[in-house]
Write a new protein. Sequence first.
Length: 247
Amino acid sequence: MGSRPTKSVPRVDTGLEPALHFGADRTQTNDRPQTSGIAVRRETGATSSMRRPIVANGTARKRALRFVRRRRYDTNSHDKTTMVADAIRLVLFPAVMAFAASSDLITMTISNRVSLILVGGFFALALATGMGATDMLWHLGAAAVVLVASFGFFTQGWIGGGDAKLAAATALWLGFDHLLPYLLYASLFGGALTLLLIQFRIVPLPRMLAGQEWLQRLHRKDGGVPYGIALAASALAVYPETAWMIG
């Protein structure tokens, strides 16, 4: 028996193959997932939520800058306050004492402005250094005690009115802690100054100095004693030991 011949089936063009090929291409083209409107909105929401930390970071940065500026301002203010306090305690008090002594030596008077400057300088320094109200009251008490005592000396004619005010203003700066050494120094320096003036008034003035009016006034035997010199020297002797200089 011979083999049965294979019958070839003719290919029929149905017109569907292009559509199938087109569908295959479309399927390959649409491999990427399609995004619906909801997905887009979710993506947009995610993007906006990612941007929120940026805004927060910007706010935090502004707050940090404000904090730095405030700290810088506080530091500058503190530095200025410290400079003012140093100027008062290092320059004002010694300069006013030197002026009071020279004024009493040359004119035999001490202006009320000297005492007022000392009082104002004390309160300015107390506020700048943060002195407590209790300590301030103690300093005021020391000034009041000295003012009462020196006023009694003034009524007896032992010291002048300017000397009494200067002693009280100095006691305001020193307080009770250094009041006793101040009074002891004032007594010693005042006694030494009195003895020196007695000897000075015994000796005649040289011709080259006789024309000086302030020396003539100081040389008179009935003239007073410029105790402002002793008070100022005593204050400068005690002042380096006070809290204004040590603290």
